[in-house]
Design a protein around this ligand. Structure first.
Ligand code: FES
Length: 598
Protein backbone atom coordinates (compact mmCIF):
# COMPACT_ATOMS: atom_id res chain seq x y z
CA UNK A 1 0.00 0.00 0.00
CA UNK A 2 1.39 3.41 -0.97
CA UNK A 3 1.42 6.22 1.59
CA UNK A 4 2.24 9.86 1.02
CA UNK A 5 3.32 12.22 3.75
CA UNK A 6 4.38 15.86 3.71
CA UNK A 7 7.26 16.83 5.98
CA UNK A 8 9.65 19.80 6.15
CA UNK A 9 12.91 19.51 4.17
CA UNK A 10 15.64 18.01 6.34
CA UNK A 11 13.32 15.57 8.13
CA UNK A 12 14.71 12.08 8.59
CA UNK A 13 13.03 9.29 6.70
CA UNK A 14 12.26 7.66 10.07
CA UNK A 15 10.36 10.74 11.27
CA UNK A 16 8.43 10.82 8.00
CA UNK A 17 7.52 7.15 8.41
CA UNK A 18 6.31 7.84 11.97
CA UNK A 19 4.36 10.83 10.73
CA UNK A 20 2.64 8.55 8.21
CA UNK A 21 1.66 6.19 11.05
CA UNK A 22 3.43 3.18 9.53
CA UNK A 23 4.48 0.36 11.86
CA UNK A 24 8.18 0.05 11.24
CA UNK A 25 11.25 -1.48 12.85
CA UNK A 26 13.30 1.12 14.76
CA UNK A 27 14.68 -0.84 17.66
CA UNK A 28 17.15 1.77 18.94
CA UNK A 29 14.64 4.58 18.48
CA UNK A 30 16.65 6.33 15.78
CA UNK A 31 20.11 6.37 17.34
CA UNK A 32 21.70 4.61 14.39
CA UNK A 33 22.87 1.67 16.46
CA UNK A 34 20.50 -1.21 15.62
CA UNK A 35 20.60 -1.25 11.82
CA UNK A 36 16.98 -2.43 11.58
CA UNK A 37 15.31 0.66 10.09
CA UNK A 38 16.14 -0.26 6.50
CA UNK A 39 14.49 1.46 3.59
CA UNK A 40 15.28 1.44 -0.14
CA UNK A 41 15.62 4.80 -1.84
CA UNK A 42 13.91 4.88 -5.21
CA UNK A 43 14.23 8.58 -6.02
CA UNK A 44 14.77 12.02 -4.47
CA UNK A 45 17.50 14.16 -3.01
CA UNK A 46 18.70 12.99 0.39
CA UNK A 47 21.60 13.57 2.75
CA UNK A 48 24.67 11.34 2.61
CA UNK A 49 24.13 8.29 4.79
CA UNK A 50 27.67 8.14 6.14
CA UNK A 51 29.64 5.31 7.63
CA UNK A 52 26.97 4.17 10.09
CA UNK A 53 24.89 2.81 7.22
CA UNK A 54 27.94 1.00 5.87
CA UNK A 55 28.35 -0.78 9.18
CA UNK A 56 24.94 -2.42 8.86
CA UNK A 57 24.57 -2.81 5.11
CA UNK A 58 26.52 -4.87 2.62
CA UNK A 59 28.06 -3.16 -0.40
CA UNK A 60 25.53 -4.90 -2.60
CA UNK A 61 22.66 -3.57 -0.47
CA UNK A 62 24.06 -0.05 -0.60
CA UNK A 63 24.33 -0.31 -4.38
CA UNK A 64 20.67 -1.33 -4.51
CA UNK A 65 19.67 1.83 -2.61
CA UNK A 66 19.33 0.40 0.91
CA UNK A 67 19.89 2.94 3.68
CA UNK A 68 18.93 3.45 7.31
CA UNK A 69 15.82 5.59 7.75
CA UNK A 70 17.01 7.27 10.93
CA UNK A 71 20.27 8.49 9.35
CA UNK A 72 18.96 9.87 6.10
CA UNK A 73 17.28 13.25 5.69
CA UNK A 74 15.05 14.12 2.74
CA UNK A 75 15.73 17.35 0.88
CA UNK A 76 13.22 17.04 -1.97
CA UNK A 77 10.20 14.95 -2.94
CA UNK A 78 11.43 11.42 -2.50
CA UNK A 79 10.17 7.88 -2.87
CA UNK A 80 11.20 5.01 -0.60
CA UNK A 81 10.22 1.38 -0.33
CA UNK A 82 10.07 -0.38 3.01
CA UNK A 83 11.59 -3.84 2.50
CA UNK A 84 9.84 -6.88 3.91
CA UNK A 85 12.32 -7.24 6.80
CA UNK A 86 11.58 -3.74 8.14
CA UNK A 87 7.82 -4.12 8.15
CA UNK A 88 6.09 -5.10 11.34
CA UNK A 89 3.23 -7.55 11.08
CA UNK A 90 0.98 -8.60 13.91
CA UNK A 91 3.19 -10.74 16.11
CA UNK A 92 2.39 -14.23 17.28
CA UNK A 93 0.90 -13.77 20.70
CA UNK A 94 0.35 -16.20 23.50
CA UNK A 95 -3.20 -15.83 24.65
CA UNK A 96 -3.47 -18.94 26.78
CA UNK A 97 -5.05 -18.29 30.12
CA UNK A 98 -3.39 -20.71 32.46
CA UNK A 99 -5.42 -19.39 35.38
CA UNK A 100 -8.45 -21.50 36.19
CA UNK A 101 -11.49 -19.31 36.76
CA UNK A 102 -11.90 -18.42 40.41
CA UNK A 103 -15.12 -17.64 42.14
CA UNK A 104 -16.41 -14.67 40.19
CA UNK A 105 -16.34 -11.60 42.44
CA UNK A 106 -15.58 -8.55 40.29
CA UNK A 107 -14.97 -5.12 41.74
CA UNK A 108 -17.95 -3.62 39.90
CA UNK A 109 -21.61 -4.57 40.41
CA UNK A 110 -24.90 -3.34 39.06
CA UNK A 111 -27.97 -2.53 41.14
CA UNK A 112 -31.44 -1.20 40.38
CA UNK A 113 -31.96 2.21 41.93
CA UNK A 114 -34.81 2.64 44.42
CA UNK A 115 -35.72 6.15 45.40
CA UNK A 116 -38.10 7.61 47.89
CA UNK A 117 -38.75 11.23 47.14
CA UNK A 118 -40.18 11.89 50.61
CA UNK A 119 -37.87 13.83 52.88
CA UNK A 120 -35.62 11.57 54.99
CA UNK A 121 -34.03 12.66 58.22
CA UNK A 122 -31.07 10.35 57.60
CA UNK A 123 -30.12 11.73 54.21
CA UNK A 124 -31.61 15.18 54.80
CA UNK A 125 -33.42 14.87 51.46
CA UNK A 126 -34.94 12.15 49.30
CA UNK A 127 -33.56 8.71 50.09
CA UNK A 128 -31.78 6.66 47.43
CA UNK A 129 -31.17 2.94 47.80
CA UNK A 130 -29.64 0.27 45.59
CA UNK A 131 -31.60 -2.99 45.55
CA UNK A 132 -29.51 -5.77 47.08
CA UNK A 133 -26.57 -3.55 48.06
CA UNK A 134 -25.74 -3.68 51.76
CA UNK A 135 -22.44 -1.77 51.96
CA UNK A 136 -21.65 1.76 53.08
CA UNK A 137 -23.39 4.60 51.27
CA UNK A 138 -21.63 4.87 47.91
CA UNK A 139 -19.90 8.10 46.96
CA UNK A 140 -21.81 10.00 44.26
CA UNK A 141 -21.61 13.50 42.89
CA UNK A 142 -24.34 16.14 42.69
CA UNK A 143 -25.10 15.48 39.02
CA UNK A 144 -25.62 11.78 39.67
CA UNK A 145 -27.87 12.55 42.64
CA UNK A 146 -29.94 15.01 40.55
CA UNK A 147 -30.23 12.51 37.72
CA UNK A 148 -31.55 9.84 40.06
CA UNK A 149 -34.07 12.17 41.64
CA UNK A 150 -35.32 13.66 38.38
CA UNK A 151 -35.33 10.58 36.15
CA UNK A 152 -38.73 9.38 35.02
CA UNK A 153 -37.29 5.95 34.09
CA UNK A 154 -36.05 3.06 36.17
CA UNK A 155 -32.29 3.36 36.60
CA UNK A 156 -29.40 0.91 36.93
CA UNK A 157 -26.37 2.01 38.93
CA UNK A 158 -22.87 0.54 38.60
CA UNK A 159 -20.89 0.64 41.82
CA UNK A 160 -17.15 0.15 41.99
CA UNK A 161 -15.75 -1.13 45.25
CA UNK A 162 -12.56 0.79 45.75
CA UNK A 163 -10.86 -0.47 48.92
CA UNK A 164 -13.28 0.44 51.74
CA UNK A 165 -15.67 2.72 49.91
CA UNK A 166 -17.87 2.24 46.86
CA UNK A 167 -18.10 4.79 44.04
CA UNK A 168 -21.06 5.28 41.75
CA UNK A 169 -19.40 5.09 38.32
CA UNK A 170 -22.36 4.82 35.94
CA UNK A 171 -26.11 5.39 35.77
CA UNK A 172 -28.15 3.95 32.94
CA UNK A 173 -31.82 4.11 32.12
CA UNK A 174 -33.78 0.86 32.43
CA UNK A 175 -32.67 -2.43 33.89
CA UNK A 176 -29.21 -3.31 32.45
CA UNK A 177 -28.11 -5.52 35.34
CA UNK A 178 -27.55 -8.47 32.95
CA UNK A 179 -24.86 -6.59 31.03
CA UNK A 180 -21.59 -6.08 32.87
CA UNK A 181 -18.30 -6.18 30.95
CA UNK A 182 -14.65 -5.49 31.55
CA UNK A 183 -11.30 -5.66 29.78
CA UNK A 184 -8.05 -7.33 30.86
CA UNK A 185 -4.94 -5.88 29.23
CA UNK A 186 -1.29 -6.74 28.97
CA UNK A 187 0.54 -3.54 28.09
CA UNK A 188 3.82 -5.01 26.90
CA UNK A 189 6.89 -3.14 25.71
CA UNK A 190 6.35 -4.62 22.26
CA UNK A 191 2.76 -5.84 22.12
CA UNK A 192 -0.58 -5.01 23.70
CA UNK A 193 -3.06 -7.83 24.21
CA UNK A 194 -6.61 -7.57 25.51
CA UNK A 195 -9.52 -9.76 26.56
CA UNK A 196 -13.18 -8.73 26.60
CA UNK A 197 -14.74 -10.41 29.61
CA UNK A 198 -18.29 -10.93 30.84
CA UNK A 199 -17.95 -9.96 34.49
CA UNK A 200 -21.06 -11.90 35.52
CA UNK A 201 -19.72 -15.25 34.30
CA UNK A 202 -15.96 -14.76 33.76
CA UNK A 203 -16.39 -15.81 30.13
CA UNK A 204 -13.76 -14.47 27.72
CA UNK A 205 -15.84 -13.11 24.85
CA UNK A 206 -13.08 -11.96 22.53
CA UNK A 207 -9.28 -11.59 22.31
CA UNK A 208 -7.28 -8.99 20.40
CA UNK A 209 -3.71 -7.88 19.99
CA UNK A 210 -1.72 -5.11 18.43
CA UNK A 211 1.78 -3.67 18.59
CA UNK A 212 2.60 -1.07 21.19
CA UNK A 213 2.79 2.14 19.14
CA UNK A 214 5.67 3.28 21.33
CA UNK A 215 7.87 0.91 19.28
CA UNK A 216 8.35 3.45 16.53
CA UNK A 217 9.71 5.88 19.12
CA UNK A 218 12.19 3.35 20.46
CA UNK A 219 12.07 -0.32 21.25
CA UNK A 220 14.30 -0.51 24.31
CA UNK A 221 13.05 0.54 27.73
CA UNK A 222 16.08 2.77 28.31
CA UNK A 223 15.32 4.63 25.10
CA UNK A 224 11.76 5.25 26.27
CA UNK A 225 12.90 6.48 29.66
CA UNK A 226 15.24 8.88 27.90
CA UNK A 227 12.39 10.17 25.70
CA UNK A 228 10.05 10.40 28.71
CA UNK A 229 12.43 12.66 30.62
CA UNK A 230 11.01 15.67 28.81
CA UNK A 231 7.34 16.53 29.15
CA UNK A 232 6.86 16.64 25.40
CA UNK A 233 8.36 13.17 24.94
CA UNK A 234 6.38 11.84 27.86
CA UNK A 235 3.15 13.08 26.27
CA UNK A 236 4.14 11.48 22.97
CA UNK A 237 4.78 8.13 24.68
CA UNK A 238 1.52 8.33 26.63
CA UNK A 239 -0.47 9.12 23.48
CA UNK A 240 1.21 6.22 21.68
CA UNK A 241 0.34 3.76 24.48
CA UNK A 242 -3.21 5.09 24.74
CA UNK A 243 -3.58 4.75 20.98
CA UNK A 244 -2.72 1.05 21.26
CA UNK A 245 -5.02 0.49 24.24
CA UNK A 246 -7.93 2.23 22.49
CA UNK A 247 -7.24 0.24 19.33
CA UNK A 248 -7.57 -2.94 21.40
CA UNK A 249 -10.83 -1.71 22.95
CA UNK A 250 -12.24 -1.03 19.49
CA UNK A 251 -11.07 -4.37 18.16
CA UNK A 252 -12.66 -6.13 21.12
CA UNK A 253 -15.99 -4.34 21.02
CA UNK A 254 -16.34 -4.20 17.22
CA UNK A 255 -18.82 -6.86 16.10
CA UNK A 256 -19.19 -8.26 19.60
CA UNK A 257 -22.60 -6.72 20.34
CA UNK A 258 -20.99 -4.87 23.26
CA UNK A 259 -20.47 -1.13 23.14
CA UNK A 260 -17.41 0.74 24.40
CA UNK A 261 -19.63 2.46 26.98
CA UNK A 262 -20.50 -0.91 28.47
CA UNK A 263 -16.91 -1.39 29.68
CA UNK A 264 -17.16 -0.86 33.43
CA UNK A 265 -13.79 -2.08 34.60
CA UNK A 266 -10.25 -2.45 33.20
CA UNK A 267 -7.30 -4.34 34.71
CA UNK A 268 -3.84 -3.92 33.29
CA UNK A 269 -0.59 -5.83 33.66
CA UNK A 270 2.54 -4.06 32.50
CA UNK A 271 6.12 -3.49 33.51
CA UNK A 272 6.83 -0.53 35.78
CA UNK A 273 7.97 1.73 32.95
CA UNK A 274 4.97 0.98 30.73
CA UNK A 275 2.58 1.58 33.64
CA UNK A 276 4.22 4.87 34.60
CA UNK A 277 4.23 6.08 31.00
CA UNK A 278 0.56 5.20 30.56
CA UNK A 279 -0.22 7.17 33.71
CA UNK A 280 1.83 10.10 32.38
CA UNK A 281 4.37 9.81 35.22
CA UNK A 282 7.91 11.03 34.73
CA UNK A 283 10.03 7.85 34.37
CA UNK A 284 13.33 9.60 35.14
CA UNK A 285 13.62 8.18 38.71
CA UNK A 286 13.52 4.66 37.20
CA UNK A 287 16.97 5.25 35.75
CA UNK A 288 18.54 5.00 39.17
CA UNK A 289 19.40 1.91 41.20
CA UNK A 290 17.75 3.34 44.31
CA UNK A 291 14.49 4.21 42.52
CA UNK A 292 11.58 4.09 44.94
CA UNK A 293 8.63 2.22 43.49
CA UNK A 294 5.35 2.08 45.39
CA UNK A 295 4.05 -1.44 45.87
CA UNK A 296 0.45 -0.22 45.76
CA UNK A 297 -1.41 -0.61 42.50
CA UNK A 298 -1.64 2.43 40.23
CA UNK A 299 -5.33 3.39 40.10
CA UNK A 300 -6.55 5.53 37.21
CA UNK A 301 -9.80 6.23 35.49
CA UNK A 302 -10.65 6.34 31.80
CA UNK A 303 -11.46 10.03 31.61
CA UNK A 304 -8.28 11.33 33.23
CA UNK A 305 -5.93 9.57 30.84
CA UNK A 306 -8.14 9.31 27.73
CA UNK A 307 -9.20 5.69 27.44
CA UNK A 308 -12.28 4.98 25.34
CA UNK A 309 -14.63 3.69 28.03
CA UNK A 310 -17.13 5.31 30.41
CA UNK A 311 -15.50 8.39 31.98
CA UNK A 312 -15.37 6.88 35.45
CA UNK A 313 -14.38 3.36 34.38
CA UNK A 314 -11.61 2.44 36.83
CA UNK A 315 -8.25 1.16 35.59
CA UNK A 316 -6.45 -1.08 38.04
CA UNK A 317 -2.75 -1.48 37.16
CA UNK A 318 -1.19 -4.49 38.87
CA UNK A 319 1.32 -3.34 41.49
CA UNK A 320 5.09 -3.31 40.98
CA UNK A 321 7.97 -4.43 43.18
CA UNK A 322 10.82 -2.41 41.74
CA UNK A 323 11.80 -0.48 38.66
CA UNK A 324 12.41 -3.69 36.71
CA UNK A 325 9.95 -6.08 38.36
CA UNK A 326 6.52 -4.69 37.58
CA UNK A 327 2.85 -5.60 37.46
CA UNK A 328 3.50 -8.02 34.61
CA UNK A 329 5.69 -10.15 36.92
CA UNK A 330 3.05 -10.00 39.65
CA UNK A 331 0.60 -11.30 37.04
CA UNK A 332 3.01 -14.16 36.29
CA UNK A 333 3.11 -15.07 39.98
CA UNK A 334 -0.67 -14.99 40.38
CA UNK A 335 -0.95 -17.22 37.31
CA UNK A 336 1.63 -19.72 38.53
CA UNK A 337 0.29 -19.78 42.13
CA UNK A 338 3.91 -20.19 43.28
CA UNK A 339 3.09 -17.83 46.18
CA UNK A 340 0.75 -20.48 47.60
CA UNK A 341 3.07 -23.49 47.33
CA UNK A 342 5.14 -24.98 50.13
CA UNK A 343 7.77 -26.22 47.66
CA UNK A 344 10.25 -23.74 46.22
CA UNK A 345 9.62 -22.48 42.71
CA UNK A 346 11.58 -20.42 40.21
CA UNK A 347 9.78 -18.24 37.69
CA UNK A 348 11.56 -16.87 34.63
CA UNK A 349 10.05 -14.34 32.23
CA UNK A 350 12.46 -13.32 29.51
CA UNK A 351 11.55 -10.57 27.14
CA UNK A 352 13.27 -7.27 26.47
CA UNK A 353 14.00 -7.34 30.18
CA UNK A 354 14.35 -10.56 32.18
CA UNK A 355 12.52 -11.10 35.48
CA UNK A 356 13.41 -13.96 37.79
CA UNK A 357 11.46 -14.80 40.95
CA UNK A 358 12.32 -17.38 43.57
CA UNK A 359 10.34 -18.48 46.60
CA UNK A 360 7.30 -20.15 48.04
CA UNK A 361 4.31 -19.28 50.23
CA UNK A 362 6.53 -18.00 53.04
CA UNK A 363 9.07 -15.84 51.19
CA UNK A 364 9.76 -14.50 47.76
CA UNK A 365 12.60 -12.61 46.15
CA UNK A 366 12.95 -11.19 42.68
CA UNK A 367 15.65 -9.87 40.44
CA UNK A 368 15.93 -8.67 36.91
CA UNK A 369 18.61 -8.91 34.29
CA UNK A 370 19.33 -7.02 31.15
CA UNK A 371 18.87 -10.07 28.97
CA UNK A 372 18.63 -7.69 26.03
CA UNK A 373 16.22 -8.20 23.21
CA UNK A 374 18.24 -11.09 21.72
CA UNK A 375 15.69 -13.61 22.99
CA UNK A 376 13.05 -11.74 21.02
CA UNK A 377 15.12 -11.89 17.85
CA UNK A 378 16.17 -8.24 17.97
CA UNK A 379 19.73 -7.03 17.50
CA UNK A 380 20.70 -10.07 15.40
CA UNK A 381 21.66 -9.88 11.72
CA UNK A 382 18.71 -12.06 10.56
CA UNK A 383 16.70 -11.74 13.76
CA UNK A 384 13.03 -10.85 13.85
CA UNK A 385 10.04 -11.02 16.15
CA UNK A 386 8.01 -14.19 16.53
CA UNK A 387 5.56 -13.47 13.73
CA UNK A 388 4.61 -14.90 10.37
CA UNK A 389 7.75 -15.73 8.41
CA UNK A 390 9.99 -16.23 11.45
CA UNK A 391 11.94 -19.47 11.84
CA UNK A 392 11.01 -20.69 15.33
CA UNK A 393 12.59 -24.16 15.38
CA UNK A 394 15.96 -25.30 14.09
CA UNK A 395 17.65 -28.69 14.02
CA UNK A 396 20.85 -29.87 12.38
CA UNK A 397 20.73 -33.52 11.42
CA UNK A 398 23.61 -35.99 11.45
CA UNK A 399 24.51 -35.19 7.83
CA UNK A 400 24.82 -31.49 8.75
CA UNK A 401 21.60 -30.46 7.02
CA UNK A 402 19.69 -27.63 8.68
CA UNK A 403 15.99 -28.32 9.23
CA UNK A 404 13.76 -25.45 10.21
CA UNK A 405 10.12 -24.58 10.86
CA UNK A 406 8.58 -21.24 9.94
CA UNK A 407 5.64 -19.57 11.71
CA UNK A 408 2.72 -19.39 9.28
CA UNK A 409 4.23 -22.09 7.07
CA UNK A 410 5.60 -19.64 4.55
CA UNK A 411 9.07 -18.83 3.21
CA UNK A 412 11.32 -17.57 6.02
CA UNK A 413 12.08 -13.87 6.47
CA UNK A 414 14.33 -14.26 9.50
CA UNK A 415 14.74 -16.10 12.75
CA UNK A 416 13.00 -15.32 16.06
CA UNK A 417 14.22 -15.88 19.63
CA UNK A 418 13.29 -19.54 19.97
CA UNK A 419 14.79 -20.28 16.54
CA UNK A 420 18.02 -18.52 17.48
CA UNK A 421 18.39 -20.54 20.67
CA UNK A 422 17.53 -23.76 18.89
CA UNK A 423 20.06 -22.88 16.20
CA UNK A 424 22.79 -22.04 18.71
CA UNK A 425 22.19 -25.26 20.68
CA UNK A 426 22.20 -27.31 17.47
CA UNK A 427 25.36 -25.55 16.22
CA UNK A 428 27.12 -26.25 19.50
CA UNK A 429 26.06 -29.89 19.33
CA UNK A 430 27.22 -30.19 15.71
CA UNK A 431 30.67 -28.77 16.53
CA UNK A 432 30.08 -25.49 14.67
CA UNK A 433 30.65 -23.44 17.85
CA UNK A 434 33.48 -23.68 20.30
CA UNK A 435 32.95 -23.65 24.06
CA UNK A 436 32.96 -19.86 24.16
CA UNK A 437 30.23 -19.67 21.53
CA UNK A 438 32.56 -18.59 18.70
CA UNK A 439 32.04 -19.91 15.18
CA UNK A 440 34.70 -22.42 14.14
CA UNK A 441 36.14 -21.32 10.81
CA UNK A 442 36.66 -24.81 9.44
CA UNK A 443 33.20 -26.13 10.42
CA UNK A 444 30.73 -26.97 7.63
CA UNK A 445 28.37 -24.10 6.74
CA UNK A 446 30.69 -21.47 8.22
CA UNK A 447 32.03 -18.89 5.78
CA UNK A 448 33.62 -15.47 5.73
CA UNK A 449 30.92 -12.82 5.40
CA UNK A 450 31.22 -9.09 4.96
CA UNK A 451 31.31 -8.63 8.72
CA UNK A 452 33.34 -11.66 9.78
CA UNK A 453 32.48 -15.33 10.08
CA UNK A 454 28.86 -16.41 9.63
CA UNK A 455 26.88 -19.66 9.56
CA UNK A 456 24.43 -20.08 6.71
CA UNK A 457 21.07 -21.14 8.09
CA UNK A 458 18.92 -20.68 4.97
CA UNK A 459 20.25 -19.77 1.50
CA UNK A 460 18.75 -16.77 -0.29
CA UNK A 461 16.83 -18.78 -2.91
CA UNK A 462 14.68 -20.29 -0.13
CA UNK A 463 13.89 -17.07 1.75
CA UNK A 464 11.07 -14.53 1.37
CA UNK A 465 13.53 -11.64 1.28
CA UNK A 466 15.89 -13.11 -1.32
CA UNK A 467 18.71 -12.76 1.21
CA UNK A 468 20.62 -15.42 3.11
CA UNK A 469 19.51 -16.02 6.69
CA UNK A 470 22.69 -16.25 8.74
CA UNK A 471 23.98 -16.38 12.30
CA UNK A 472 27.06 -14.17 12.48
CA UNK A 473 29.98 -14.02 14.92
CA UNK A 474 28.52 -10.75 16.24
CA UNK A 475 25.13 -12.44 16.77
CA UNK A 476 26.81 -15.20 18.75
CA UNK A 477 28.72 -12.72 20.90
CA UNK A 478 25.47 -10.88 21.65
CA UNK A 479 23.60 -14.11 22.37
CA UNK A 480 26.37 -15.37 24.67
CA UNK A 481 26.27 -12.09 26.54
CA UNK A 482 22.46 -12.30 26.97
CA UNK A 483 22.47 -15.92 28.00
CA UNK A 484 25.30 -15.35 30.50
CA UNK A 485 23.32 -12.52 32.11
CA UNK A 486 20.30 -14.78 32.58
CA UNK A 487 22.24 -17.79 33.84
CA UNK A 488 24.30 -15.66 36.22
CA UNK A 489 21.17 -13.98 37.60
CA UNK A 490 19.57 -17.36 38.29
CA UNK A 491 22.72 -18.73 39.92
CA UNK A 492 23.25 -15.67 42.13
CA UNK A 493 19.63 -15.69 43.28
CA UNK A 494 19.72 -19.39 44.15
CA UNK A 495 23.09 -19.17 45.88
CA UNK A 496 22.20 -16.07 47.91
CA UNK A 497 19.39 -18.05 49.50
CA UNK A 498 21.71 -20.97 50.22
CA UNK A 499 19.85 -23.25 47.85
CA UNK A 500 20.92 -25.56 45.05
CA UNK A 501 18.99 -26.53 41.90
CA UNK A 502 17.94 -29.70 43.74
CA UNK A 503 15.80 -27.53 46.03
CA UNK A 504 13.75 -26.13 43.14
CA UNK A 505 10.60 -28.15 42.57
CA UNK A 506 8.83 -26.04 39.98
CA UNK A 507 10.23 -23.95 37.16
CA UNK A 508 7.73 -21.61 35.47
CA UNK A 509 8.55 -20.19 32.05
CA UNK A 510 6.53 -17.09 31.23
CA UNK A 511 6.07 -14.61 28.40
CA UNK A 512 7.69 -15.17 25.02
CA UNK A 513 10.13 -17.47 26.81
CA UNK A 514 7.36 -19.94 27.59
CA UNK A 515 6.84 -20.67 23.89
CA UNK A 516 10.43 -21.79 23.41
CA UNK A 517 10.04 -25.27 22.08
CA UNK A 518 12.86 -27.21 23.55
CA UNK A 519 13.67 -26.92 27.25
CA UNK A 520 16.61 -29.29 26.77
CA UNK A 521 18.18 -26.71 24.44
CA UNK A 522 17.78 -23.98 27.07
CA UNK A 523 19.78 -26.19 29.43
CA UNK A 524 22.32 -27.57 26.98
CA UNK A 525 23.13 -24.09 25.65
CA UNK A 526 23.54 -22.91 29.24
CA UNK A 527 20.68 -20.41 29.59
CA UNK A 528 19.21 -22.42 32.45
CA UNK A 529 21.07 -24.66 34.87
CA UNK A 530 19.86 -28.21 35.17
CA UNK A 531 17.06 -28.64 37.72
CA UNK A 532 17.03 -32.37 38.47
CA UNK A 533 14.01 -32.29 40.81
CA UNK A 534 11.89 -29.75 39.02
CA UNK A 535 8.75 -29.94 37.01
CA UNK A 536 8.66 -27.37 34.17
CA UNK A 537 5.49 -25.38 33.49
CA UNK A 538 4.79 -22.99 30.64
CA UNK A 539 2.37 -20.31 31.77
CA UNK A 540 2.11 -18.25 28.58
CA UNK A 541 1.22 -14.60 28.97
CA UNK A 542 1.09 -14.46 32.78
CA UNK A 543 0.73 -10.69 32.73
CA UNK A 544 -2.52 -10.98 30.79
CA UNK A 545 -3.74 -13.94 32.82
CA UNK A 546 -2.98 -12.01 36.02
CA UNK A 547 -4.93 -8.99 34.76
CA UNK A 548 -7.82 -11.28 33.90
CA UNK A 549 -7.69 -12.86 37.36
CA UNK A 550 -7.82 -9.42 39.02
CA UNK A 551 -10.67 -8.38 36.74
CA UNK A 552 -12.94 -11.20 37.81
CA UNK A 553 -11.83 -11.43 41.43
CA UNK A 554 -11.49 -8.49 43.80
CA UNK A 555 -9.77 -10.74 46.34
CA UNK A 556 -7.02 -11.48 43.81
CA UNK A 557 -6.37 -7.73 43.55
CA UNK A 558 -5.64 -7.79 47.22
CA UNK A 559 -3.49 -10.90 46.79
CA UNK A 560 -1.52 -9.13 44.03
CA UNK A 561 -0.86 -6.19 46.33
CA UNK A 562 0.17 -8.48 49.18
CA UNK A 563 2.65 -10.28 46.90
CA UNK A 564 4.18 -6.97 45.78
CA UNK A 565 4.49 -5.75 49.36
CA UNK A 566 6.19 -8.83 50.72
CA UNK A 567 8.52 -9.54 47.82
CA UNK A 568 12.20 -8.70 48.17
CA UNK A 569 14.28 -7.36 45.30
CA UNK A 570 17.93 -7.98 44.59
CA UNK A 571 19.58 -5.43 42.30
CA UNK A 572 22.28 -7.23 40.36
CA UNK A 573 23.75 -4.07 38.90
CA UNK A 574 25.44 -3.50 42.23
CA UNK A 575 26.25 -7.13 43.03
CA UNK A 576 29.84 -8.39 42.80
CA UNK A 577 28.79 -12.04 42.81
CA UNK A 578 26.81 -11.38 39.67
CA UNK A 579 29.87 -10.10 37.80
CA UNK A 580 31.82 -13.18 38.83
CA UNK A 581 29.04 -15.59 37.82
CA UNK A 582 28.52 -13.70 34.60
CA UNK A 583 32.12 -14.30 33.47
CA UNK A 584 31.77 -17.96 34.38
CA UNK A 585 28.53 -18.24 32.41
CA UNK A 586 30.06 -16.94 29.18
CA UNK A 587 30.53 -20.41 27.82
CA UNK A 588 28.51 -23.35 26.61
CA UNK A 589 28.48 -26.22 29.12
CA UNK A 590 30.14 -29.42 28.01
CA UNK A 591 28.10 -32.56 27.74
CA UNK A 592 28.56 -33.96 31.23
CA UNK A 593 28.86 -30.63 32.89
CA UNK A 594 25.35 -29.23 32.86
CA UNK A 595 25.03 -29.04 36.59
CA UNK A 596 26.57 -25.62 36.94
CA UNK A 597 25.92 -24.80 40.59
CA UNK A 598 28.01 -26.55 43.26
FE1 FES B 1 17.86 3.41 12.74
FE2 FES B 1 18.13 1.90 14.86
S1 FES B 1 19.58 2.28 13.33
S2 FES B 1 16.40 3.01 14.28
Amino acid sequence: MNRMVTVPAGTTVLSAIREAGIQFEAICGGKGTCGKCRVIKISGKTSEEGSCCAKFLTLDEQRKGYCLACLVQVWSDAVFTIPIESRIDTPQILLDIAQTIQTISPSVHKYLVEKNLNYSLVTLGPSIRFAGYDGKRPVMNENQRDLIINSAHPLTATLYKKTEESLLIALEEHDTTERLFGIALDLGTTTVVGLLVDLLTGEIIKKASTLNRQITLGEELVTRIAIGRKEEGRKELQIAALGSVNEIIHKLTHGSGIKWNEIYDICLGGNTIMTWLLAGKDPTPLEYVDAQVESNPVLLNAETIGIDALPLTPIFCLPAVSRFVGGDAIGDILTSSMHKKTEISLLIDLGTNGEIILGNKDWMVSTSCASGPAFEGAGMRSGMRAMKGAIDTVKIDKSGQVIWHVIGDTDPKGVCGSGIIDAAAAMAHAGILDISGKLIESAPGVREGEHGLEFLLVPSHLTATGKDIVITSEDMAYLMDSKAAVLAAIIVLIKKYRLTPLDIHHVYLAGAFSSFGNIENLISFGILPEFPSAEFHRIGNGSLAGAYACLISSSLRKEATDIAKRMGYLDLLVDNDFIEEYWGALRIPEKDELFLIP
